[in-house]
Write a protein that binds this ligand. Structure first.
Ligand code: SAH
Length: 369
């Protein structure tokens, strides 16, 4: 996407008139990570002053409980003396900051952890460096494939939803790869594109109706395949927390957000956050194909409550003044309230085959700290 580096922001029409059309995944890649204009290449989109707020930004408890979870996973791996603690798309570094603070409770874990961050944005890398300055010395990578080989615990919060996703649309009895193109008046719109059959793994049982859309995320499947190759040599565990759906289903989930509001998904590249809901059913199938074991998918509320959200909240509240107590309570509520982030947001782990499902994904586990 070299042409993006010299072009003005609003050059979607030019790209489409040059190329004829681009697939939905190419449009997402162009908008989010293309050199020069990509949404995640410029500025600081996360937080109250940005375009959207994520779970670690809502409450410190989110990262702290993930830290607690990671320490259990590390113990389940046999406490390797050196391991990679990786985060994919760390945003402002808040989650890893809370993880490393929580890890003060277990010095052996902290000492063994080498923090690696996969981040394409230089602005966000800077923010991450600042957030972690007093806690660890992270190494940064452009992509997961650049990480060294070692036992790994990986976390990805709201990362998979930003990976470029293809859409297939069912029309007149056939499947087509949905693409962005120009109408007769030179305005961009989504059209059926070329004939293309979606992967069978994501096909729902129900026969499609006219206009049904199926979503497939090749970048997510490739990433899980890469983790599978690493897991042949050293134990790996990946935790995915994101909004998404857990059963194979039709639906168009492409969305664009700007300044905390939904806007039309067709936007000049780089001017809005584009994402799709994570297809957990596809990730589960990809894990199986990669020789890994996926856990069941838990609603975020169940995941966090099982890890001891309530107890942590109570403890934090005892040392807080009235205003802080209100903020702590509202933040925690937002994470688990089914009408806010408790139910649409989900958690799933993917582990090396020989590692048992870590709590709270194992059916009988309920961890209270
Ligand atoms: N995990 C953070 C940020 C979520 S936003 C939080 O919860 O607050 C998505 C993050 O993924 C940003 O840091 C963005 O720069 C990064 N990102 C998006 N696409 C990426 C890609 N293809 N490779 C690496 N990082 C990417």
């Amino acid at each position: 996407m070299d042409e993006m580096s010299t072009s003005p922001v609003d050059n979607l029409t030019k790209i489409l008139s040059d190329r004829g059309s681009i697939s939905v995944a190419d449009y997402m890649a162009l908008s989010l990570t293309a050199a020069g204009v990509g949404y995640y290449k410029n500025g600081n989109p996360i937080g109250a002053n940005g375009d959207f707020v994520t779970a670690p930004e809502v409450s410190q408890i989110f990262g702290e409980l993930i830290g607690v979870w990671m320490m259990m996973v590390w113990e389940g791996m046999g406490c390797p003396a050196n391991f990679i603690l990786a985060e994919l798309g760390p945003g402002r570094g808040t989650l890893m900051q809370d993880v490393m603070r929580a890890a003060r409770a277990k010095p052996a874990f902290r000492q063994a952890a080498q923090v690696h961050l996969v981040e394409t944005s230089s602005t966000l890398r800077e923010a991450q460096g600042k957030a972690l300055r007093s806690l660890c010395r992270p190494e940064w990578h452009e992509s997961f494939t650049a990480l060294p080989e070692a036992p790994m615990i990986i976390v990805a919060n709201e990362f998979f939803d930003a990976l470029p996703t293809e859409q297939f649309v069912f029309q007149g009895g056939s499947w087509y790869k949905r693409a962005l193109t120009l109408d007769d008046n030179g305005r961009p719109f989504f059209a059926a594109g070329r004939l293309a059959v979606p992967p069978v793994e994501i096909m729902p049982d129900r026969t499609p109706n006219e206009g049904d859309i199926l979503e497939h995320c090749p970048a997510a499947v490739d990433l899980i395949g890469e983790i599978g190759s690493r897991a042949k040599n050293a134990p790996c565990t990946l935790l995915i927390t994101d909004y998404g759906y857990d059963s194979r289903d039709y639906g168009d989930t492409l969305q664009a957000v700007r300044a905390h509001n939904y806007v039309d998904p067709i936007q000049p590249p780089g001017t809005a956050d584009l994402s799709t809901h994570v297809n957990f059913a596809e990730l589960r199938a990809a894990a199986g194909d990669a020789g890994l074991t996926p856990t069941r998918v838990l609603p975020q509320s169940e995941f966090l409550m099982s890890l001891g959200l309530e107890q942590r909240l109570r403890r934090l509240m005892t040392d807080a003044d009235e205003e802080q107590r209100a903020a702590l309570f509202l933040g925690a509520k937002r994470l688990v309230d089914p009408f806010q982030m408790g139910s649409l947001f989900k958690a799933m782990a993917i582990t090396s085959r020989h590692i048992p499902p870590p709590p709270p994904f194992s059916p009988e586990s309920r961890v209270i700290r």
